[in-house]
Each structure stands twice: as C-alpha cells, then as structure tokens.
Write a protein that binds this ligand. Structure first.
Ligand code: GAL
Length: 985
C-alpha cells in the first residue's frame, strides 16, 4: 500500500501526467474491418505544428478561426519525428526521462494536428445529427481531441483503439478535427518497450456512421470438439440480431448456440466460414474459425492436439514509416513468415494494427496477443514505484487489458493473451489476469515476467539456455520456493517467448533448441527475438542508403544497434538467420542412408497430412545433378513417418563425391506461396569426397630471379618464405589468421554472466597479432616456414608451420598449428588469409551455400556449386561485423571477367570467405557506408571458425561449436585456372 501522504493529488495534474487512462472515450469493443454502415477514412495530409512543451501553445488551434496557413503539412498516419520535426530516439530499457512517475519533463514535444473534412454524400442517409464514432487506432502517447471546436476528451494507450461519440457535432461540410499529441505522458511509463520512441498519430483515424440499431459490440464463440468433429457457435451481440453462416446452413439468433459438423481452424489449415451478423441497423461480415484452445495434462492443445510454436516476435516496423505500417507491409510480413515455415507470432509488445490479425486468421498463424504494457525501466531503480504494483495505476492497466481483449476477441488466430512484457511483478498484473479470465475464459494467459507463474497458464521464459530448457522439458527444473506454486508451474506447458537473439550475425544454436522442442512434449517451441531490424533508412549525400540505429540521431542516452536484432534486414530482405530458421523448423523431416539408398520421411505438422506436398530427389556428383525424379510419398498424417527406397543411382560420367538431395515442395498454389515452393530438404551422402591428389612429379625448389625462390608455379620471398606470386598473379602472402570482426553475439550483452569472448579476444589482442618468422627451411622439393604468431604483452602464441610443395600445376600448403601457453578462450577463427587482385571479382565454389554459415548456423547450408560476385558474398549487417563465410567448401575459384583466376582446394573442406575489405576494416566500421573496397580481395580459408551463439541477449556458443585453441593440421592447394578451362575436375 502506498503511504496516504504520497497519494497523488491527481486532480492537480494535467491530463497527460495523471494516471487515468482516458476521459470522454467510449467503452472498448470489437474491431471489424467493414460493414454496410458508412465510414470515412480520415487519413491524409493534415496540418501540423510542433511545440517544445505541452503548454507552449494554447489550444485555440482547435477552433475554426485559428489560422493554420503557416503550419507544416504532415501525413496521417505518421510519426512526426520521421518527417523532419525532431528526431527519433532509441533506448532499450532506460526511460529517456527521469523515473519520477507519473511526471514527465517539461520538455515534452507536442504536436498539434488539424484536418478538415466533408461528409460524403449520403452519409447516414444524408443527415447529420446521427450517431457516429470517431476512432483512433493508435496515437503515441497521449491525445486530446476536439471536433468543430468542441473538446471530446483525452486518452493514453498508444497501440490501442480509442473512440469518441461525435454524431451530434458533425455537419455536412467543413468539419474540423483537431488533435493535440504529447510525446510523453504517464502512459509512457507503461510503454517502455525496447524500440524507437516515435510519437504521433501512427495508425488510422476513421469516422464510423452508427445507424440506429448498429452493432456496438459482438463476441464470437466458435469452439471445436475434436472428439466428434463438431463446432459450436454462439455469437453475443449488442444489440441482438441474427447470425447466418450459409455454408453451414446456420441462421441463429444472437445468444443462441448451434452445434454442427465443421472443419476446424488451425494455423496449418486456416479454415474460415463466411458469416454475417445482422442487427436492425447494420450488417457486419464475419469470418469464423472454429477452434478450442486448452491446457490439458500439462500440454497446450488446440483442437485436442499438442501444438508446436515455430514463432517470431514481431514489432511493427517500417524503415521509413516506423510503426505506421501499411496493410501491404503487414501482408508481406505474413507471407514471408509462412514462406519460411514460421507458424506463430507474438505481437511484442503491444497489440498490432487490428488488420494484422485478420490476415493471421486468413493465412494461418498462431498468435500470442500481447498487451501494450512494459515497465522495464523500473528495473534500474530496484522496481521502486513500479506501476504494476501500485494500485493507483490499476485502472490504467485494466483499461489496457480491456482495450486489447475487446478489440481482438473474435480472432481464431489469437490463442493466448499476454499481459505485457517485462513489468516485474505486481498486483496490477493479477487484476488484469482476473479481468481477462472473467471476460474470456476460453484463452489461456501468458506473461513471462513473473517466475512464480501465479497469474498465468503457461510457463514462459526468455533466453533460457539449452541445458535449462532440457531440465524444464523433463519437468525437472529447480523448484520454486512456494510448493503449491511450484507444483502448479511444473504442470504447465513451457514456451520460450523469446529466444535466439537475432542481432547481427546469427542466431546460433537454433538446431539444438529445436531438437529439445521436438523431444520434450512440455517444450512447445518458441519465438525468435525478433522479426525485423529496426534500422531507420538514411541516405548519404550521394544517395547511398544506410540504416540508422541508436545514437545516430544524437541521443544522449541510447542503446546503439541493439535495436537491429531481426531475422529481416530493415528493408525486409531475409537475413541468413531467417534462412537458417526456416531449415531448422521445417515441418517435414527427411533423413536416411544415402549409401544404402533409403530415405525416411516424417510428418512434423500438428494437423496437416502430407497430401499438399510433392517430393523430389536428385542425385548430384560434384554438385552437378546427374539424375532427378519424383518420389512417391504416402499422405502421412501428423506425426507419422515412413521409410522409402530411392531409385538406383544413375551412373556418373566421372567419379567424384555424390549425394542425394530430397526436397518437399508445395504440390499446388497456396495463399502464401506458389506450387514448387520448398518446405523441407535434406542431403544424404552417397559417395564421399576424395582426398587431395597431386598430378605429376614433385617440383624442385630453386632460386629464382631477385630475392625469390621458385617452387612449381609459385614464387616466394627468400627472406620470409612468403608466397608472392602464383603463375604471375601477385598475392598478398597467406598468413595464419585468427581474427574476425566480432559479431554482436561475440561481443555479448554486458549483463551476461558467462564469458564474453569478443571482449576477451580484444583484451588479449587477437586483433593485433604479430608474426615472427622463426625459420625458412629450403628442402629439395619443399619450403618450410615456421612462424610464431602471437599478440603483444602475453606469452601465448601459435607455433605455425607452412610446408609448401608443388607439382606441375598446383602449389600445396600443409599447415600445422600448435598453440603455446594456456589459452583462456576459444579462437575466433583459424586459417590463412591472403589477398588477391581486385579484378578477381567472381566466386565459384563447390561446397555449402548459397548463403553464409558458421558452425552453429549451418543447417541451411546446402552442398552444391554456387556462383556469386564477391560483392554478393557479403551480408550487410546494419552494424558491420564478421559475415559471409561459406561452409564445407571443397574448392573455390576467384575469377576475373576474362575467366582467368585462382583455384583453391582443401582437405578437409574449409570455410571460404572473400571480401573487398579486411576484418580490421569490418571491425572499425559502424555502418555499411563506412566499408570501402580496398586494394585487394581478401580471402580467408579457414580450418575452423568459432560458433555464433546468441549472447547478445542469450546463451553463448555451445561447447561443441567453440573453436578451442588446439593443435590443428590442414592442407590447401592453389592453382590458376584458364577461361572456361572446365577446371572443375
Ligand atoms: C527482451 C525484451 C525484448 C528485447 C530483447 C532484446 O528482454 O523482452 O523487448 O529487449 O530482450 O533485444
């Protein structure tokens, strides 16, 4: 309880500071996209004026006489900071103002907006004075509204709808809508989500005609009984009316229920029935999905079956428009999700634009709908004054819960309500949970921030490491102190509402999580953090585009590029992380024994059989298909599997590594991808890759002209033993290299308890290794160079031997590395780096591709022959960092435009990276535009790479993916290739 003396004299506070949620607004209700009642979209070009404080300008602008001819124009919906008025600011958890609830700084950017509109002909039967509602779908963070000079009221709750009754004020022409928006309000204390602070009217503004007898609100209850295949429909509506579902032959009074055989709705088969709700005054089209969500036997089930979330956290974001996201972009997000095997969205951390949920119903996504609530910044003050544990704020919390539930209650896609994110614990949350349970007992509750799980139905965590998830999967986690709560929690299903932090290069370790989700019934999947990088589009003077992150707008307090942690780049190009995720979560598992010619297919869908897919095989020798065909797979039901015989492999024309590729693709067009779209694949080795061979007699080492040794096609510096030329190509000599530009996941978050390798590497000086040539030994047919490679100020080192030999065409390098001293950390990489001429701009390789891969992000890397320009090998992480490695490369070529080039072969296969700048340049760059092509193409041929992990906000690299400093031996051959020499032996 608060001390009575502390009680705020709320009547003395201005509306933007008092904790009340709203004044003058209508009670919340269901959102619907259309009806036969007139509606007028008030989006468009408004007039706009920005003031530095909430009171700098008086409110006379709400009146017609006020002259706005000097004001700017601003589109609505929009954030004014993205239109040249002030700037965006990014913080993760810190409030960008003193934690002094509910007060705000006097500097409180305030945007006055004005819009004039006429009623369309025929509006409301041509008369005014009829009921009408003015709806705001999203305004950040607090608005005061006037229509025709009359004040309507105020509201807070940025990503929630707010409506006013305005009928009596409307006139046929020249209606004047005036809206004052304050960037900061008491509501800002409840909206400390990790994202840009972006004030403005950022969602639609609509005028809705409400004819006499129009639908005020309705609640569709459409359950499914999996035992008998029936659905039960009951629609509550105010006022009452009738509901018809022609396809089911239903014509019901509202409140009445009917049970009939139906096809259920699921994210996999999103069956919707068109229906109409009709009252005396309005006809509202409905799309009804029958489904039942329940926690049974410790498992979250839909329609009687355990579901597995293959999810992502989605913030609303557009690189130019911020959270003013148009319908096309919403659809694009969902199509991309479906195309990448994603089946679930957590609407982190607020209800999305309402139309987004219509699309989820239609396309099929499980949704955790999260309330617009986060008070994370109170963490910094020991949660003192946390609004969710202060009953003065409870009405505001309940208002937010109600606005979410009432708006979104009719969506079959919404399967869980989430109370909010990272608010600590408190009575306010309990009050919200109670209210939601009462209003909608048919959906379980989610909230991650209270480990006791007292108010929820699902045990949810973020960033728990694999070992802990496994313990939870076995229901063997550490007990909660209160026995009763412990027993309750232990009986709950488990999800990771956030995991696999997709910041920069990564996330690593997805496959290992997926294995746990597919092993333990309790582990029902997770939601990768997060869907998209929130980089704000910017252009250099000469038109080159780049993306801004925290600090780029001169913010005093910011969290840098922590805002760029998505599976999509800001322009919605999939990052390698998304390609990896798609592979890891593929709903069909393909395995088998390629040598024995058998393939095993398992259906991992929860509801769908495999009749929607067709299967194809191909047999590839050295990456070239020598045969392909269709594979007849029975329409296995969910959870079923089968083993099939592959055809006799075609006889290859020449020997070489051979493997089967088996793919599952869509058999026909769907709403989200066309026939042939790939869902799942696997490669099954049939014939292994042969070892490196040499052709012809060993070349003799001889003294050449100048200070050069000549060995086969190579020329070496006599003093250092370094390779200088290969067949006339000048080479920046290959050297042992251990450095990589630390990734965000290498750097790790400062709050991570375990070792942060990026920091350790820098402290050790791995970015400034010194090379001491110990010996250059000439043999008859070899040149052996020993080098000690070590950082300054330590006695750690890598004793390195390069043994060069040659035959008639190729130079061979055998590398042997022995670490000296007690290395306290894994190495970033271990291999050789060399530089070649910038004209060698086209890469072709046989190995993993087409995209980048690292030891724990390589599931999607497919063995094949790939060709890409060096420039396209780069992954443009918003903050530049290590990227672009290709895994399992057997050989790689770099060619000039005329086809001449260099070829490298490796045994074992190597990691191949080529770029026009060095790792040091990458490390120094803050934005992509800082990277400029230099005087060489830099090539890394790595024996090993350290994994990626997810430590930018989660666990580090799993032990099996760490590159421990240990003795290593590997071999490479180098040769030149002629134009179209068919060099691919
Ligand atoms: C979580 C939080 C997210 C985001 C993420 C890190 O703690 O819920 O909003 O901040 O960490 O990117």
């Amino acid at each position: 309880m608060s001390n009575p003396q502390d009680v705020l004299a709320e009547r003395d506070l201005p509306y933007y500071e008092d904790v009340s949620p709203a004044r003058g607004t209508l009670p919340p209700r269901a959102w619907f996209a259309s009806s036969d009642a007139a509606r007028l979209c008030l989006n468009g070009i408004w007039r706009f004026r920005l003031s530095p404080t909430a009171t700098a300008a008086d409110d006379s602008f709400a009146h017609r006489e006020f002259d706005v001819s000097g004001w700017d124009e601003l589109p609505v919906p929009a954030h004014w900071v993205l239109h040249g008025h002030g700037s965006p600011a990014y913080t993760n958890t810190p409030y960008p103002f003193p934690v002094d609830p509910p007060h705000l700084p006097t500097e409180n950017p305030t945007g006055d907006h004005r819009f004039t509109f006429d009623l369309p002909p025929g509006w409301g039967g041509g008369e005014t004075g009829q009921a009408a509602v003015l709806r705001f779908d999203g305004v950040e963070s607090c608005a005061r509204v006037w229509l025709n000079g009359q004040e309507l009221g105020t509201f807070k709750g940025s990503r929630l709808p707010h409506e006013f009754e305005v009928g009596g004020l409307l006139r046929p022409r020249g209606n004047l809508l005036a809206v004052r928006v304050h960037q900061w309000s008491s509501g800002s204390y409840l909206e400390d989500q990790d994202q840009w602070w972006l004030p403005g009217i950022f969602r639609d503004v609509t005028l809705l005609h409400r004819p006499e007898g129009a639908v005020r609100d309705f609640f569709v209850h459409a359950s499914y009984d999996h035992a008998d295949g029936t659905g039960t429909l009951r629609v509550e509506a105010e006022p009452g009316g009738r509901v018809t579902v022609p396809e089911l032959g239903l014509d019901l009074a509202t409140g009445e229920s009917a049970t009939v055989p139906v096809e259920p709705w699921s994210a996999e088969i999103p069956r919707l029935y068109d229906a109409v709700l009709e009252t005396d005054g309005e006809r509202v089209p409905l799309r009804i999905g029958f489904r039942t969500v329940a926690v049974q036997g410790g498992v979250l089930k839909v329609n009687g079956r355990r579901i597995l979330f293959r999810g992502v956290n989605r913030h609303e974001f557009h690189p130019e428009h911020g959270r003013a996201v148009d319908l096309e972009t919403m659809r694009r997000d969902l199509l991309l999700m479906k195309q990448h095997n994603i089946n679930a969205v957590r609407t982190s951390h607020y209800p999305p634009h309402p139309a987004f949920l219509d699309l989820c119903d239609e396309l099929g996504l499980w949704v955790i709908d999260e309330c617009d609530l986060e008070t994370h910044g109170f963490h910094a003050v020991g949660w003192r004054g946390n609004p969710v544990d202060d009953e003065r704020w409870t009405p505001a919390l309940l208002d937010r819960a109600a606005r979410m539930v009432e708006r979104d209650k009719n969506h079959p896609s919404v399967v869980l309500w989430s109370l909010g994110n990272e608010c600590g614990t408190g009575r306010g949350l309990t009050a919200m949970a109670r209210w939601i349970r009462e209003r909608d007992p048919a959906r379980p509750l989610h909230y991650e921030g209270d480990l006791s799980c007292a108010d929820v139905d699902v045990y949810s965590r973020m960033y728990a490491d694999h070992a802990e998830v496994e313990r939870i999967g076995r229901r063997a986690e550490a007990p909660w102190a209160d026995g009763e709560l412990d027993a309750r929690r232990r009986a709950m299903p488990f999800i990771l509402c956030e995991y696999a932090h997709a910041m920069g290069n990564g996330p690593g370790g997805l496959s290992e999580y997926q294995r746990l989700f597919e092993t333990y019934e309790r582990c029902q999947g997770g939601f990768v953090w997060e869907w998209i990088d929130h980089g704000i589009a910017r252009h250099t003077g000469d038109g080159e585009s780049w993306y801004a992150y925290g600090g780029d707008f001169g913010e005093e307090l910011h969290d840098g590029n922590f805002v760029c942690d998505g599976l999509l780049f800001p322009d919605r190009t999939p990052s390698p992380g998304l390609t990896e995720y798609k592979k890891v979560i593929e709903p069909v598992r393909i395995g088998g024994d390629g040598r024995a010619g058998t393939v095993r297919i398992a259906n991992g869908y929860d509801f769908a059989d495999l009749s929607g897919l067709s299967f194809h095989w191909s047999y590839e020798v050295e990456g070239l298909a020598v045969g392909h065909g269709e594979l007849a797979v029975p329409p296995l039901g969910p959870g079923e599997s089968t083993e099939l015989k592959l055809p006799e492999p075609p006889a290859p024309e020449r020997p070489g590594e051979a493997l089967w590729t088996v793919r599952a693709v869509l058999a026909g067009d769907t709403d989200w991808a066309g026939a042939g779209h790939e869902i799942a694949w696997a490669q099954l080795p049939a014939v292994p890759h042969p070892p490196l061979t040499s052709s012809g007699a060993p070349a003799l080492l001889r003294q050449g002209e100048g200070n050069l040794f000549v060995l086969g096609r190579g020329a070496f510096d006599t003093a250092t033993g370094e390779l200088r030329y290969l067949d006339g190509f000048e080479i920046v000599p290959p050297r042992l290299d251990v450095w990589r530009a630390p990734t965000d996941n290498d750097e790790g978050a400062e709050w991570q308890p375990d070792a942060r390798h990026g920091t350790i590497w820098r402290r050790l000086g791995l970015h400034r290794m010194r090379h001491r040539v110990v010996s250059v030994r000439e043999g008859e047919t070899e040149l052996v160079v020993r080098t000690r490679v070590a950082p300054a100020a330590t006695d750690l080192g890598l004793d390195t031997a390069f043994r060069w030999t040659a035959d008639g065409t190729a130079l061979r390098l055998d590398v042997s590395v022995v670490p000296e001293g007690d290395w306290p950390c894994p190495l970033p990489r271990l291999g050789v780096r060399l530089g070649v001429c910038t004209s060698l701009g086209l890469a072709e390789w046989y190995g993993g591709g087409p995209g980048e891969a690292y030891p724990d992000t390589r599931a999607a890397s497919r063995i094949g022959r790939w060709t890409l320009p060096v420039d396209a090998l780069q992954t443009p992480y918003v903050r530049p960092q290590e990227n672009g490695a290709r895994a399992d490369v057997r050989w790689a070529e770099l060619r000039r435009e005329d086809g001449m080039g260099l070829r490298v072969e490796g045994a074992p296969a190597f990691w191949f990276t080529a770029r026009r700048w060095t790792s040091e340049d990458l490390d120094a760059a803050a934005h992509t535009t800082d990277l400029r092509p230099g005087g060489a193409v830099w090539v890394n041929l790595d024996h090993g790479l350290h994994g990626i992990g997810s430590q930018s906000c989660g666990p580090g690299v799993l032990p099996q993916h760490r590159l421990t400093a240990a003795p290593a031996d590997f071999s490479l051959t180098f040769r030149t290739v002629e134009p179209d020499a068919g060099s691919r032996p």
